[in-house]
Every structure is written in C-alpha cells, then in structure tokens.
Design a protein around this ligand. Structure first.
Ligand code: AQP
Length: 333
C-alpha cells in the first residue's frame, strides 16, 4: 500500500548524527521506495519558538535542504519545502488550537525539558508548537511520520487532535490519524559528553555531538574525547543498563554498520575503549565525511537550493490550501 510520508527538521544549526540516525536515514529509505509519496519540510516556524538570528536562520534553511540532498533524499522523488512559505500551516495550527485541550499540552515532556526551570519566560510558541506540528502532518493526510523517539509523544497528541476534530465536527476520518515510524533500535542518540542527555543542536558544547558537516579530524577528535567509563567493553547487553555512554557508543556503531547491538557487543567483548573508538571513528568517517563534503559543495549553490524550495512550495501549497479550505467549510466559515 502506498504511504503518505511527512516529516520535518528544524533549521536551528548544524544537523547532527542524532538527526541522521534517528530521522534522516529513515527519510532516505522511504524516499527510495517508489510506492511512497514523501514530503520533507524545513520547519522554520518551529525554529523560532526559540529566538533565532534572522541571517543565520536564512542560511540554516538552505543548509538543511543541502543536508537532505547530501544524505540522499532526491528532490525529484520527494517534495522538499520550507514551512513558513505555506501559510496554511499557521492557519491550520490556529484552527486546531481551538480544538486541542490545555491539559493535553501540559503533559508534553519536551516543553518541560526545553523550557527548563524558567517556564514563565519560555515563548508561547514553544508551549503550543506540538499543535503546529499536528497541523503540518494533518494538512497532507499523512499516513506515516518518521521521527526520532523524542517526538513520539507529539505524534500521539496529533492523533488525539485529529480524532477530536473529527468527533466535534462529525466528519469521520476527515483528519487522518498518522502512524509514527520510529526506528526499533537506536532511535535516541545521546550526547557524547553525557549518555543520559539527548544529542542536540542546541547543546552548548560542540564536543557533545557529531555534526554532519564535521571533517575527518574533527570526528576522530570528538570520538577520542567522548565520555566512557573505566571498565572494558561488556560481553552482554544486560551489563549496559547503567553504562549509558558505552551503550550509546555501541548503539551508534551498530546503527552505522546496520547490525544488532548483540553483534557489536560480541565484536568488542572485553576489549578496551581505545580499540573500539578507533573502529567507531573509522566507520563514522566513512559515513559522515562524504555527506559533509557534499553539504559544503551544495551550500554554495544557493540558486539550486532555492529552486528546490520553490518547486516544493508550489506542490505543498496546493495540497495544504485545499485541506484548509475544507476545514473552513466544516467549521462554518
Ligand atoms: N538525539 C537524537 N536521536 C535521535 N533522533 C533525534 N532527532 C533529534 N535529535 C535526535 C530527530 O531528528 C528529527 C529532527 O529534529 P529537529 O531538528 O526538528 O528537532 P529536535 O528534536 O529538537 O532536535 P535537536 O537537535 O534537539 O534540536 P534543538 O537543539 O534545536 O532543539 C526529529 O525527528 C527528531 O526526533
């Protein structure tokens, strides 16, 4: 059965290994299946929930497109567009925010994490952004949404909003509740400096992540400095329950080599970290270096990147406008 795929990435800086292994790697596989209709969105309206420098934001939008292409997404097979160019997203978000419940939003753990201790000072957009995310997805009748594990709760909210809209307005199956597509293993890549924290663009220390634009030497250095513990590598997965950094590094290795955690554990059983880190760096360089070189090449071709966004806008705008128009009719406008 053909799937309608939708997913977004925030243009908030260098995309990293977590974005790649948790989401973009999956986008590429879905894009390569000719049965699927894929839409990949640069979600700049989400990015501004935390203050952005306008000049950097504009560059980051192009860099995100360049990263999609460098990772293997083919703009001829998928729609790639910039969220803010399709006004229906903001509009549908407002319509849906009148359906969603405050209690539902209050349960969102990502807001709690991102707002930190000073919730009163967080933007209202940061609080309500899962509703905009629901609008993004529902406008395209998306059936499947490939995301990292951290977005699972937002997708559940999206399903609740769709269902409530359909019930409130008695329009069965008008908004389609999408299925999350989350990698079964290694769906949450952790910081290289702290195995209990998600690898993230906004983390201050650049040593906490592998950026997709990092070159060979930078990658090797970051893996050398990645936090580990004093024990040798384990001989079974059960020994990893409290060894967060070891588990994360073995997970990264397994994901990159498309093997299971068990297989990787067997490969490095009892070895010390320096041997393992050498192999991990090698695998990372093999995967990331070509992507990094391609991003750096594409980023100079602004015309090419802008053309992709304009083509994508034209296609996405048509679909989204039709859906929002139907929402107007249903809601009595
Ligand atoms: N560490 C991660 N492990 C697995 N998947 C991840 N994703 C992000 N970080 C990890 C997935 O990547 C997709 C795009 O994410 P995003 O850039 O739109 O937003 P994010 O989740 O907020 O990513 P960051 O890096 O943490 O950005 P900042 O620091 O700007 O907030 C999503 O599918 C996400 O699940």
């Amino acid at each position: 059965m053909s799937k309608k795929i939708f997913s977004g990435v925030q243009p908030t800086g260098n995309l990293h290994l977590g974005n790649y292994l948790g989401a973009i790697k999956n986008f590429v596989e879905l894009n390569n299946d000719s049965q699927n209709n894929c839409i990949f969105c640069v979600v700049d309206l989400h990015a501004i929930t935390i203050k952005q420098d306008p000049i950097e934001l504009r560059d980051n939008i192009r860099e995100t497109v360049a990263t999609f292409i460098a990772c293997g997404i083919d703009p001829k097979k998928s729609i790639i567009f910039n969220q803010s160019t399709v006004a229906a997203h903001s509009e549908a978000a407002w319509l849906l925010s009148c359906v969603a419940k405050i209690g539902w939003l209050n349960r969102m753990t990502q807001f709690k994490e991102k707002a930190g201790k000073d919730k009163e000072k967080a933007s209202i957009g940061l609080y309500s952004y899962p509703i905009l995310m629901a609008a993004d997805i529902l406008l395209y009748d998306s059936t499947h949404v490939p995301v990292g594990e951290d977005q699972k709760q937002h997708l559940e909210l999206c399903r609740d909003i769709a269902q409530k809209f359909n019930n409130d307005y008695e329009v069965e199956d008008f908004l389609k509740a999408p299925e999350p597509l989350i990698q079964k293993e290694f769906s949450r890549i952790m910081s290289l400096k702290d195995g209990t924290k998600k690898m993230s663009k906004s983390e201050v220390s650049d040593l906490s992540r592998i950026n997709l634009t990092d070159d060979k030497d930078v990658i090797i250095n970051k893996i050398k400095k990645a936090k580990t513990d004093s024990l040798p590598l384990p001989s079974s997965a059960s020994e990893l329950s409290e060894r967060f950094e070891a588990k994360n590094l073995l997970g990264i290795y397994s994901s990159l080599t498309n093997s299971s955690l068990e297989k990787s554990i067997k490969e490095f059983d009892g070895k010390n970290f320096s041997k393992f880190k050498e192999k991990l760096s090698q695998v990372l360089v093999e995967k990331i270096n070509p992507i990094s070189l391609e991003i750096k090449k594409l980023i100079n071709d602004k015309k090419f990147l802008d053309r992709i966004l304009i083509d994508g806008y034209e296609k996405a705008n048509k679909i989204a406008n039709l859906k929002v128009k139907k929402m107007h009719e249903i809601m009595g406008f």
